[in-house]
Design a protein around this ligand. Sequence first.
Ligand code: AMP
Ligand code: MG
Length: 535
Amino acid sequence: MMMIGARSPPFRYIFKGNHASASSASTFPKLELNQRTAWQFYKAPFSISKELQSVKKGTISTNISANCHLTLPAFRAIMQKQGGGVAAPLQSLSFAIDFFLCYDGLHSKPRSEGPLISVEKALAEVLSHVQPLSPEPVPVLEAQDRILAEKIVSEIDIPPFDNSAMDGYAVRAVDVSGASSGTPIHLEVVGSVAAGYVTGARVQPGTAIRIMTGAPLPEGADAIVPYEDTSDFDRPKEARLVDPASDIEVRQAVAPRDHVRPAGEDIYRGEVVMVPGRLIRPQEIGVLASLGHQTVLVHRRPRVAILATGDELLEIHEPLAPGKIRNSNEYTNAALVTRSGGIPIRLGIARDAKEHLVAKIRSGLEQAADLFLTSGGVSVGDYDVVKDVLGSEGEMQFWQVNMKPGKPLAFGLLPGNVPLIGLPGNPVSAMVSFEQFARPAILKMLGHTNLAKPTVRAVVDEPLTNSGRRGFIRVVVTRQEDGYHARTTGEQGSGVLTSMAKANGLAIVPEGVHHVQAGTELTVQMLDWPEGTEV
Ligand code: AMP
Ligand code: MG
């Protein structure tokens, strides 16, 4: 089989259509497809020379020329099936085209729709242009959920001194080695020490010092006998406080170091306690506090400019008007940014007019945005102005990602190498694309290395249909006796935000799968693990 322009392993794409017509061109065969069929064609992950990249009046026409990544034998077979190149409507057409997956679209920045690219490829491309932001010092309590950007080396032992792990008596283990409840050993009490104090008294043979949890181990002692194992235990606490015993019976032997927390047990002086990249949680904050860090270096939180696009959009306080809808994406995106650890900068609505968009983008740049998130205006059929502006303001790529919802996606760099992710306009598509591409980018900027959403494997309790692209199906996951189960939350249209609101996960249907039977186990990306949901 002859392959032209081969770059990566061959793919087989099953092309089905019933409204195609064809005619032969003088040099190369010419294929004309109406828009619906052309769409099928478009979904194929290949680039077919520049001519195919424009949709005019519902028709795509292209010359299948030498730079086409379609195999010529396959194309000839198509022509034959269509009656030797005579233009004629086809009643049913179903054939396979072997071709090479072409990623040219990623690198050559097509002005219009490029090839269908995988979720992984799109994410890798986004992440390759995103780096952890510079470190900044923050008060230790503000470091929560941030990523450490410095090495923490301890200058002290923690605990700084040997101390008691129990309330009881500091003793010499050798003095009480034969003690038991039947053969108690008497010791004279020569002092008392509470947490926060140091005693000048010393434990000599035959003596003990009363000691509280956390108090330094007195000199001469090498073990603690807990109260419970002494005659003190027979007396009420109040009596012990008012009238400390002057001698005690020890009813249990102890070994040297018993109930003693040695200096440096937790952290030793010179120890590397944390390295950069560590997620700071309450326990890390506690460790930092114990080391005396009032501030700590963490990666800066990205400032994320959020821009909604569309003439149809109203601000949420505005009354509805004919043809208009409220701008929900700005709010969803701002909430998602905050939840991911970024700082949203809301730029509001940009109308589908060049000057307006340019002004909004510049305003975001002036506000020192580290990342732009737009919604809308990146799919086929949008006013070209959105793409034109993004294209002219920076280096932009317009992708068709092999996923549903969320196929159209734009990505590029604005002046100053500020990345822009152009999310689709449909509210659910925007959210799903955010989770796949924007959240990992924000996490990487924050310094995270674990960028993936948590997943579970769940059995779907109903059959699912899928487009053949990677499906992200809105589901509710519940835990049952035999493991996790998932059910869809209803209507899966990409504008039906309420079915997203009902979902706690996105079940992933792999590419190429059109039907999922009930009982099949799928990976589910968990959106939430809220308390009390039994997940
Ligand atoms: P677009 O990609 O701009 O063609 O938008 C696709 C769909 O998403 C259209 O139905 C838009 O009205 C809708 N849409 C775009 N932006 C928003 C937004 N900010 N809030 C709610 N819906 C939107
Ligand atoms: Mg729009």
